[in-house]
Design a protein around this ligand. Structure first.
Ligand code: SF4
Length: 70
């Protein structure tokens, strides 16, 4: 089942449109949305930082991890 918040989610457009993040849209937005860090914050009425990924991490954490592996 797809996430019921797709139309109001501040991150959905960039997640689904950017090639390096589209796997997140498939994994979270179209499947396990209840595990999405953004979803959890939205339903709790909390603010969502603009750079938050569905994993709950900021985009910068993803970049840092990639750099650490190389
Ligand atoms: S990023 Fe999270 S809250 Fe936003 S549409 Fe996807 S699953 Fe829903």
């Amino acid at each position: 089942m797809s996430c019921p918040l797709m139309k109001v989610c501040p991150a959905y457009a960039s997640i689904s449109d950017e090639a390096d993040k589209s796997h997140l849209a498939w994994a979270f937005c179209r499947t396990i949305y209840h595990d999405c860090g953004i979803y959890k914050r939205l339903v709790a009425g909390e603010a969502v930082p603009a750079d938050t990924l569905p994993t709950g991490e900021p985009v910068t954490a993803k970049v840092r991890k990639r750099t650490e592996r190389t």
